[in-house]
Design a protein around this ligand. Structure first.
Ligand SMILES: [Cu+2]
Length: 181
């Protein structure tokens, strides 16, 4: 085990970065346009340019006087049916953690907005490439049927905090071991 300290530290930094990355990305829907009907942003196009991973956060920013966010099933998404959303968000700055793979459908529930394009399909692919084999990523729940997913939970936030804390503890332990701290 005569690994050079520098290599240790490098591996450590990379693994910490990987853990943080795997659970930290924030995607603002529509980028600078936000969540709106003004200018008819192409949310389908926006979504295909992103790679969504478990633990990522989807942020909707909008004027709550004019819009809202409803998480819906695929059928409701296609029909722009806002009568029975799985979850509703109305603050104007809503951050939703993605805790399951598969499609996550969101629409604006204000009359006519979904029909005019204010809807987005967030697809977390079955296999997401993660550089590390950290236990955190293998613990993630594998599947979801879009019809019955509960709203965002604080579980992921908690578990990602836990894995970051774990990584930092590991970092400190190694640094201490190497006599750096
Ligand atoms: Cu709207």
């Amino acid at each position: 085990m005569a690994m050079a300290p520098r290599a240790y530290v490098m591996a450590l930094v990379l693994s910490v970065a990987a853990v943080i990355h795997a659970h930290g990305a924030v995607h603002k829907v529509g980028d600078s346009a936000g969540w709106t009907t003004i200018g008819s942003p192409d949310y389908k196009q926006w979504a295909v340019t992103k790679t969504f991973e478990l633990g990522d956060v989807i942020r909707f920013e909008y004027n709550p006087q004019f819009h809202n966010v409803m998480r819906v099933t695929h059928a409701m998404y296609r029909a722009c049916n806002a009568t029975a959303p799985l979850a509703t968000y109305t603050t104007g700055n809503d951050s939703i953690s993605i805790t399951t793979r598969g499609h996550h459908y969101f629409i604006c529930g204000v009359n006519g907005h979904c029909q005019s394009g204010q809807r987005v399909d967030i697809n977390v692919l079955p296999t997401t490439a993660t550089p590390s084999s950290s236990p955190a990523s293998s613990m993630a729940a594998p599947t979801l049927s879009s019809a019955q997913s509960p709203g965002p939970s604080s579980n992921t936030a908690a578990s990602s905090m836990a894995s970051i804390a774990k990584a930092l503890l590991l970092a400190m332990a190694i640094l201490f071991h190497l006599g750096f701290a």
